[in-house]
Design a protein around this ligand. Sequence first.
Ligand code: GLA
Length: 387
Amino acid sequence: MTAVDDARTLLTRMTDAPLAGVWSAPGRANLIGEHTDYNEGFVFPFAIAQRTAAAVAVRSDDVIRVRSTFADDTVEVSLADLDARIAAGGLDWAGYPLGVAWALLREAPDAAPRGVDLALASEVPVGAGLSSSAAIEGAVASALNDVWNAGLDKVALARVGRIAENDAVGAPTGIMDQMASMLGVADAATFLDCRTLETRPVALGFAEAGLSILVIDTLVEHAHSTGGYRERREACERGAAAFDVPALRDVTVDDLPRAAEMLDDVTFRRVRHIVTENQRVLDTVAALDADGPSAIGDLLVASHASMRDDFEISVPELDLAVETTLGAGALGARMTGGGFGGAAIALIPTGLIPAATEAVRAAFAASGFRAPNIFTVTPSEGARRDA
Ligand code: GLA
């Protein structure tokens, strides 16, 4: 059963009304470019095959009723009360779909909203740093855009997802995840300039090169609405303010000696991560274009070291996953996503996956860490209508 089938089945348990349609959007893995998005820099994520689906039926009143396969409760709110319910907060998982409805109405004033029953089902692991939240947002935004005749394009729908996440859920994230989920292309990663929102799909050619992306989900939980993520963001803003520029996008590797003189040690290292990471994204895209996927391994390794030592968002489980997969023959490996838990990715010859998986399991057991979830992800298509 796919998420699309599950969402459709769940909807039939909510209502007898006819199906208006099913829409789905994928999670994402970020190949490189971490915490650069809210610094208006560059990122290079790809959509994965695991998706979240939203099945919708239209109601005769103005109530939005949401239900999902990942929680027991059904949440309903009338369109008239939507502003107040979002402002009151405390919606838990329902904050994502309802936040998208709220953000869509804000971004598309000409939309024709109507009551809907909306059933959600997801294949994207929650808390793995693979953007289960962007997958919900992308599926719901795509669905309501069609059902409410809102007429937004994919970039505008990504923006709707980000507004939901920032202003309804309260996580101060950038726009990478929503753009990756909306715009994904099979066998490619999306090179995104987060200042202009210009994108370019870049062919990855992993399969032809005999390479795979292995995910090691450490099962260490993280939440970006609290704590470290917000602090990192604030440090970046301090760094940009010291340079008197709108964002760290405007600081280059050549500026780093000056940054070292101007900033305290911690802020300097936060800045150095962003500045060098932006350059690594550009270098990765250039290396892929020129020499193919086997040329990008060292850049992934350097990215991880920068996140571990300068940005300080890794955890021992992620470091161990990276070290162990590299020791087992991966060309490159790094944590992916916001950090403080979640998953690492390794670019690895496909034939080495069984031995690398064993090595990671053994290393985690020897360190007394919880057994990780290990699986591969495939660069896949972005948001779409399925039925
Ligand atoms: C999370 C956020 C993204 C991005 C990454 C770090 O996934 O949702 O916007 O900031 O962390 O690169």
